[in-house]
Design a protein around this ligand. Structure first.
Ligand SMILES: [Zn+2]
Length: 211
């Protein structure tokens, strides 16, 4: 339901951003369920290669007020690519998201947080907005309790929390995101306790996104 969810700037002191990389995956659905239960909205940095067959998950995310961003097509090390390849990784993914949801993703996050001047120059003038993070647990390797403890210890207004709802092909990380889902449940409970709320990155001032 998009009604009543028109974009607004989060200038309040109590807002932070939960973000998820590497999806969509079967765990994205569980994450959407939890976010809905808690009235939290998040940002999903999507891998183009993971979209086929999961278009309805992306449509649901949009319908429930979440933001979709680009995380490349195939999760490469972007500094190793030519400028044309960097743009192709992003715009192929942008097109796939637009085909699936009718929305144009404007935010992007580099795989491994690897963006150098070469990568940024390749995307200069494209209107894409890079999003960093301030709290990055290794939820893909850790137990739910480890991830939740790490995040909860660092929670503060304006924080950008980086979690993972899927995985790149051949990543070698935990093949499930069950631990991330369980960690999210603990984190959402803590947010409520502290009167903090999660909003999509589009509601933050641009200067707050370069962590
Ligand atoms: Zn990633």
């Amino acid at each position: 339901m998009l009604t009543g969810m028109s974009p607004r700037r989060s200038t309040e002191k109590s807002v932070l951003a939960l973000t998820f990389d590497d999806g969509p995956s079967p765990w994205t659905i569980e994450i959407l369920d939890l976010l809905a239960e808690h009235g939290a909205r998040a940002t999903f940095f999507v891998l183009g290669a993971n979209i086929a067959g999961r278009e309805s998950t992306l449509r649901r995310a949009i319908a429930e007020g979440h933001q979709l961003g680009l995380h490349s097509w195939s999760h490469p090390h972007l500094p190793d690519l030519s400028p044309g390849e960097v743009r192709d990784e992003m715009f192929r993914t942008q097109t796939a998201i637009e085909r699936a949801t009718g929305t144009v993703a404007r935010f992007w996050r580099p795989p491994y947080f690897e963006a150098d001047e070469h990568v940024r120059r390749a995307l200069a003038g494209t209107e894409l907005i890079e999003v960093g993070c301030s709290i990055a647990p290794e939820d893909y390797h850790w137990s739910a309790l480890q991830t939740a403890a790490y995040v909860v210890e660092r929670l503060e207004p304006g924080a950008i929390v980086d979690l993972h709802d899927g995985q790149p092909e051949n990543s070698g990380s935990d093949p499930t995101r069950t631990a991330t889902v369980a960690a999210l449940e603990l984190i959402l409970a803590e947010l409520e306790k502290r009167d903090l709320r999660s909003a999509p990155v589009s509601e933050f001032p641009l200067s707050a996104l370069e962590k």
